[in-house]
Design a protein around this ligand. Sequence first.
Ligand code: FDA
Length: 583
Amino acid sequence: PTATVETDVVVVGSGPAGAAASLFLSTLDVPNIMITKYRWTANTPRAHITNQRAMEIFRDMGIEDQVLADATPHDLVGDTVFCTSIAGEEIGRIRTWGTRPDREADYQLASPCLTVDIPQTYLEPILVRNATARGTESRFSTEYLSHAQDADGVSVQVLDRLTGAQYTIRAKYLIGADGARSKVAADIGLPYEGAMDIAGSMNITFRADISAYCDHRPSVLYWVVQPGSNVGGIGAGLVRMVRPWNEWLIVWGYDINEEPPVVDEAAATQIVRNLLGMPDLDVEITGTSLWGNNEMYATHLQSGRVFCAGDAIHRHPPSNGLGSNTSIQDSYNLAWKLAAVLKGQADPALLETYSAERAPVAERIVKRANKSSREFVDLFVALGVTAAKTEEDMVRQIEERKANTPQGAAKREALVKAMELKNYEFNAHGVELGQFYESSAVVSDGTSRPEPSRDPDLYHEASTVPGSRLPHAWVGDNKRRLAMMDLAPYDRFTLITGIAGEKWEVAATKVADELGVPVRTVVIGPGREVTDLYYDWAKLRDTDESGALLVRPDKHIAWRSGSLPSDPEAALRGALSQVLGKD
Ligand code: FDA
């Protein structure tokens, strides 16, 4: 006889999407079981770049300090080098991840957090530890086999890989965060656009102390242009920092239409020595693996009580560093909605907004990452190496950039443009932070999103048009400095207003009681809970002082009122009811 255990939500996967989903659900006191196939979390470093939005989410969960303690700090992430090898000549550098002073201003103004770098092998244990401490039942060596759903719930069939025993978990909802080869997504037949395995990459992890080449140009990425570096892969050869400056990951392409290469220790050592330009270097190879580059996204993310998140719904190369970040953000969007429905605060219709809001994000990031990877071609064309037939020819072409000849001058000019283009991969602030939602969980106030005044991929523009992420400003008093996001915790809705809007407070209390959903009002102004320390919020809020912003648990603006209406209670009731699917 097989036992049946019960819970509210089953999460399949302990990667960034799954571990984060469990953490968010447990933080909201939603019973959940996280199952994962292997005996522990990721065993290779994989994704590293942890962008401002993900860091904000960690801040919200109270684990930002734990992530920072294990991360390579912001000031060491961004002096990105393009070279012929680590010990070889430089072709150029670009300041990345918002580290160039003018761009750093954009990043600092937009968020209380900055981009840092943490290998997945360090991040996942932090997420799993906190999720488990807060209530998640974590089941390792446990494989998802199948599920069946009915009107009241989902029965999930799982296999204990230690004992071989199968059992059923009966839940209200199932989240498939089981990665790029998601069985859950296949089982619910999610629709996809795009293709998998469009190019081949190999990962080689190794130890070698190369501080002498990094201390003065600290970066997490060193791009190498060498014979073979434009074959397959992610655009060019990459020497990727795992820990500064003695643990590394090389990403090197191969032709996916040929037999997969055999990467034994000797072959791996040779590739490492070539990319480092250090023919005699003592290297300790710690691992090798082959992986396919994908360009695929799901156009719908849910079937009834089953949802997918993370690589299960977006598959793309690491360019722009979006994989793990977006996976965490998917779960952040979904978990509060599940909690609201499970607690009877919202109608199940709210859950449909997950797909409406996150499927466009999946499409955007998959396209952006692949475009960035392809844009490396411009660098190769600028150098003239795409046409090079032999290794010698390639070296000659790269050398030509030094020549005092018309060809040399043209090459230098082309390089300026090709390097400029890489900002779309490494300083794409708009892509990283500018997620905007349109769904029934966002109530229009009749305004539309302002036309971007600068390139929307490169630049983030703060806005309070419903659907936008709550803009950042510092508020507080003589004892505390808080970010705007700190005023709006994950376990409730928050109504933000000014002193002239104090009447909203009574309205919010009544509506919250009536709808049975927590809503807290924050009045910003001198002598109130917090004040607008730098007078920045007054310029950002885009409402009268008496207006109000209704902020969702995930810090997106659900609705706004430009000023205090004659009946604030009715206005708020209408908006919140719609968001909760109760109208
Ligand atoms: P993820 O793949 O991390 O996790 C899936 C989880 O599901 C795992 O815990 C797995 O055990 C579990 N699982 C799968 N099937 C299951 C089943 N049937 N039953 C139970 N559990 C099951 N990104 C990047 O930005 N930069 C990079 O350099 C790299 N490099 C890289 C290398 C390699 C080798 C891989 C595989 C991936 C990358 N990535 C990457 C991608 C990045 O790792 C990816 O975007 C995130 O891990 C996605 O997180 P998810 O949680 O969605 O899936």
